[in-house]
Write a protein that binds this ligand. Structure first.
Ligand code: NAP
Ligand code: MN
Length: 268
């Protein structure tokens, strides 16, 4: 029998909850089984909310392998594709295969502690490395094991193309078309004095290179790794490696989707 299982996730705004109710009814009427819990067997995951809700859905489903689509009840919604007033059109387009799959790459940080343990965090938008509580961090930065700089400042952010329009953009980073496979390393308040020298602009790395970060002695005990806004504190970091991960998010896009049109509508 054909798989008819669809999972719907939502944030808690009234608009989202109303949209969920109406969408659930439409899908059930068409013979789909709709549940609000993640299942490995789902054919589609629908997330109702803004970009923040989309990120939460992706993380709560541990970066699912099935396609995902967002219904936008938030602000502009970079990930969010469907307008709540277009649910019927969405269902018709979905059933008639009038969509494409956008593969979004993700970024992964591997933290090695001094006792040799490894911890991994994946971000769809970005990985941020900072001090906690806030202070000036000093980080030895290498690219594919070649020492590049000693960074001094608030921290560094490594953005995916999809995340380039989020925190990265607020920090003065560039907007990257998600068809490009690269990572953008953006400094957060880099210090540049006669005492400290760091890059002041973002640098772009091709998919196959990794970024190495070794905290200076006073820094290693108090570090925060933030993947898509989810913060983990480490007290004994020996090294952090950041690279593109093999995990991709498969976003369902309808025919009129255009990345640069979204960019224009959000920023101009
Ligand atoms: P939040 O603090 O509630 O919201 C951050 C804002 O970023 C929201 O307006 C969100 O859109 C938007 N956003 C998220 N992903 C985006 C993307 N790929 N492109 C364009 N805008 C995007 O946090 P949240 O909603 O849980 O999202 C976590 C993200 O917040 C992090 O991944 C980070 O990129 C971002 N952030 C931004 C800043 C900053 O710009 N100064 C600081 C910290 C974190 P919605 O309103 O639709 O949710
Ligand atoms: Mn939000």
């Amino acid at each position: 029998m054909e798989n008819k299982l669809i999972n719907i996730f939502t944030n808690n705004t009234n608009r989202s909850l109303d949209t969920k109710e109406s969408l659930t009814k439409k899908l059930t009427d068409r013979g789909y089984t709709v549940t609000g819990e993640f299942s490995q067997n789902a054919r589609l995951i629908i997330c109702i909310g803004g970009d923040g809700a989309f990120l939460k859905t992706i993380h709560s489903c541990s970066f699912p392998s099935c396609p995902v689509i967002g219904v936008n009840t938030g602000h502009l919604g970079f990930f969010q594709e469907v307008r709540p007033e277009d649910l019927d059109k969405f269902i018709a387009d979905y059933e008639n295969q009038r969509f494409t799959i956008q593969e979004l790459s993700t970024v992964m940080a591997t933290i090695t502690t001094r006792d040799g343990h490894h911890y991994q965090h994946i971000g769809l938008n970005e990985i941020v490395i900072q001090g906690r509580p806030s202070y000036t961090v000093h980080l030895y930065i290498s690219i594919d094991d070649v020492p590049i700089e000693k960074f001094s400042g608030d921290g560094i952010l490594v953005a995916t193309p999809a995340g380039s329009t989020a925190y990265n953009y607020s920090l003065g980073g560039s907007i990257v078309d998600p068809r490009l496979k690269l990572l953008q390393v953006t400094p957060i308040a880099p210090m540049n004095t006669t005492a400290y020298r760091s890059f002041t602009s973002s640098i772009l790395l091709p998919a196959e290179l990794s970024l190495g970060v070794i905290p200076e002695k006073e820094t290693e005990n108090r570090m925060a790794i933030i993947n898509d806004g989810i913060e983990t504190i480490y007290s004994d970091v020996a090294e952090i490696k950041v690279k593109m991960s093999d995990t991709a998010v498969h976003l369902l896009r309808l025919k009129d989707y255009d990345f640069w049109n979204k960019v224009k509508n959000k920023f101009l």
